[in-house]
Design a protein around this ligand. Structure first.
Ligand code: HEM
Length: 321
């Protein structure tokens, strides 16, 4: 997603029938599915970390106006995290979400072909065409005498598009197979070398302090805890701002952005195109803020969500039963 944004690859090039903004939206669906896969997988170890992370996560989700409680009940298959929630997360994790991802991913790849290939290829072909069809310092002998530039025949041969492309099967299919298998092998080796830590079994009666959401939602938890606003007698819930409104706004902005970005054809498929400099800066700043908040939430937050430097020891807190 970062690569696509920084190269303006969600923009249509010159090829007819291309709809890259749609592929960006399909990508957003993949992004949300990835988060859901991670979230549903997080509960499965059924240890204290898993149990309380999902408790925090679903509590944040339940702060959505009007439908919050329904979302929580839908996710958990009830009001509490118990065996119903476990089986629901398991089935979502090993069946429904992977099937959805497989289908959406196939659509994602198919769209790239329909869009005339990757944006960078689009640009290279355009540059090449421009170079080849530009007035060449040569002479052509025609029936009407000697004219400047090369003949149409010479130009057509130079921009031989067939010669610039290869069929996706086997060329791409083979590469995807190699990358997929290599990824599985590397992950397996890492899993054998560094077994995943397991805490004590999930215990709804013992609340850890601090209770943290899964790490990729910690930037949100950071905002959730910092944004509770008190305006006179009113309290605007931080979970609503940090857990629902802000992520909703960011997702909405991301979906709309390809349509809002009106930069020219020259910035399609180009890293850090000057015309898109400002939006790239804003995008990178947002990424940086999310990374910094994730680091703070992961390493620098202790009991009662207080801030501790890594060299400071945490005070012992009474265990809540
Ligand atoms: C499960 C997650 C995803 C997978 C496996 C995936 C896979 C791919 C692959 C293999 C490509 C072509 C190769 C390349 O980038 O060089 C691609 C291109 C693309 N992806 Fe994704 N993607 C995912 C998520 C996303 C997301 C989150 C977005 C944006 C919101 C996105 C938007 C795009 C677009 C617009 C292209 C075409 C880029 C171009 O023409 O240069 N994808 N994706």
């Amino acid at each position: 997603m970062v690569r696509v944004f920084l190269t303006g690859a969600y923009k249509n090039g010159a090829s007819v029938g291309s709809n890259r903004p749609l592929n960006w939206i399909i990508g957003m669906v993949l992004f949300i599915c990835t988060l859901l896969l991670s979230f549903t997988g997080y509960l499965l170890p059924w240890d204290q970390l898993a149990f309380w992370a999902i408790t925090v996560g679903t509590n944040i989700a339940s702060s959505a106006p009007f439908v919050g409680e329904q979302i929580r009940t839908f996710l958990l298959g009830g009001n509490v995290i118990d065996q119903n929630a476990l089986i629901r997360f398991y089935v979502l994790h090993v069946f429904f979400l992977p099937v959805i991802v497989l289908l959406v991913f196939s659509w994602h790849m198919w769209r790239i072909r329909k869009d005339g290939g990757l944006a960078v290829i689009d640009r290279e072909a355009r540059d090449q065409k421009a170079a080849e069809t530009a007035a060449v310092k040569s002479k052509t002998y025609s029936l009407l005498g000697i004219v400047g530039g090369s003949t149409v025949h010479v130009r057509a041969k130079a921009v031989d598009e067939e010669g610039n492309s290869v069929p996706s099967a086997p060329h791409l299919a083979r590469r995807i197979a190699i990358v997929s298998i290599a990824t599985v092998v590397v992950v397996l080796i890492l899993a054998i070398l560094f077994p995943a830590p397991l805490e004590e079994a999930a215990n709804p009666a013992v609340t850890p302090n601090p209770a943290k959401a899964p790490w990729y939602f910690l930037w949100l938890q950071e905002i959730v805890t910092d944004t509770t606003l008190h305006l006179g007698a009113f309290t605007i819930n931080g979970a609503l701002i940090g857990g629902v409104l802000l992520p909703g706004l960011l997702i909405g902005l991301a979906l709309w952005w390809p349509y809002r970005d009106k930069s020219g054809l020259e910035s399609v498929g180009v890293w850090f195109a000057p015309e898109r400099r400002r939006q790239n800066m804003v995008f990178l700043a947002l990424c940086l803020i999310i990374i910094i908040f994730t680091i703070i939430g992961t390493f620098l937050r202790g009991p009662y969500w207080n801030f501790y430097w890594p060299w400071e020891s945490w005070p012992s807190t009474p265990v809540r039963f």
